[in-house]
Design a protein around this ligand. Structure first.
Ligand SMILES: [Zn+2]
Length: 215
């Protein structure tokens, strides 16, 4: 039987926002208008008047900012690691990129998680452009996350695609849901780590990674 041609399979009838790639099982993405209406509801819920001048364009701005803040859903961060270089002059020591700043959002409160990641790997004959490591971090960060999962996803992506001898990821981040509300622990930060292969199992490599990452 022929596929129906009069129905847009992705349900994206407004054309304002691109459909999400690789997420076919997801329900249709809301339109920008629906997103703006949801923001209006939250403003009213907070207790303000959506019709006052200063708030008139706020729903549109918030919806647009979500496109940027949650850009991670549009990318497969693993793809950044596919282009590698093999002319490394026999370099076989740890490569560590430290202090990769990121903004993520806690999936429990949708409040910002702001921190830095230190990412290292022990190459196995091929290396990746250093900016790609930062792109991988941001690709996974710009989603609703918990820090533990973010840490593991970055490490696992590098391990699976680059297949190095080992990977180390350490993340230190401040969670607004703790510092702005709730227990109000201003200045506290959460540290998580995911160590794989020789970075986990070889004591000297592990110490070297910790020293280079400053974590
Ligand atoms: Zn939270």
């Amino acid at each position: 039987m022929d596929r129906p041609t009069d129905i847009e399979e992705d349900g994206n009838v407004s054309g304002q926002v691109p459909p999400r790639s690789g997420r076919a099982a997801q329900p249709a993405r809301p339109t920008q208008d629906e997103a703006e209406e949801a923001v209006r509801t939250l403003i009213r819920w907070a207790g303000d008047d959506v019709h006052r001048e200063g708030l008139l364009d706020t729903p549109a701005r918030v919806a647009r900012s979500y496109v940027e803040l949650f850009a991670g859903y549009e990318t497969d961060p693993r793809a950044y690691l596919e282009r590698t270089f093999e002319e490394v002059g026999g370099y076989d020591q740890l490569i560590v990129l430290k202090d990769i700043r990121f903004v993520s959002f806690c999936e429990h409160h949708m409040l910002p998680v702001i921190g830095k990641a230190h990412v290292g790997y022990l190459p196995n004959g091929r290396v990746v452009g250093i900016s790609k490591l930062a792109r991988v971090v941001n690709g996974f960060a710009r989603r609703l996350q918990i820090q533990e999962k973010l840490t593991a996803e970055i490490a696992n992506a590098i391990q699976e695609v680059l297949q190095p001898h080992g990977v180390g990821v350490v993340i230190e981040a401040e969670h607004s849901c703790m510092t702005l509300r709730g227990v109000n622990t201003v200045g506290s930060s959460l540290t998580t780590s995911s160590l794989l292969g020789e970075v986990r199992d070889d004591m000297r490599t592990r110490m070297e990674f910790m020293r280079l990452s400053g974590a």
